[in-house]
Design a protein around this ligand. Structure first.
Ligand SMILES: O=C(CO)COP(=O)(O)O
Length: 138
């Protein structure tokens, strides 16, 4: 049986409220997916959406972005939703860049802001299971 789509959810601190609101809004869709998140982001979403099953990795600055990058390299991630804060310097900026680089290398769709996330989620929702299949083997 094909695995469910796996979505990686990440938000910088100043964007966490926005991603939590996004998750609440798209909860039914997310519930049908496998979810993986960096530590604090995953905790915040789990708190706001009890019952949503989220695999929580390490916090971003402690290696969480790299863990998600490794999953991308293993072709275990179908979509990255990463609400980035472009106005704050991050001590782990190199990890953030590495994660983005791997999403580009492996041609994984990646939303870096809310509007893009909305478009991708709507597209996935409408495409049903066919969306992932059409991206397999690429
Ligand atoms: O720092 C992050 C992404 O770079 C997010 O990590 P947290 O979800 O643990 O805050």
């Amino acid at each position: 049986m094909p695995r469910k789509r796996r979505i990686a959810l990440i938000a910088h601190d100043q964007k966490k409220d926005d991603l939590v609101a996004f998750a609440v809004k798209h909860r039914t869709f997310l519930n049908a997916c496998d979810l993986v998140a960096t530590g604090t982001t995953g905790g915040r979403i789990a708190e706001a959406c009890p019952g949503l099953d989220i695999l929580r990795l390490k916090s971003g600055p402690l290696g969480g972005d790299q863990q998600i990058g490794a999953l991308i390299a293993e072709r275990e991630v179908d979509l990255v939703i990463f609400f980035v804060d472009p106005l704050t310097a991050m001590p782990h900026d190199v990890d953030v860049k590495a994660l983005m680089r791997l999403a580009i290398v492996y041609d994984v769709p990646m939303a870096l802001n809310e509007k893009t996330a909305q478009i991708l989620v709507r597209n996935l929702d409408e495409a049903g299971a066919g969306w992932k299949d059409s991206n397999e083997g690429a």
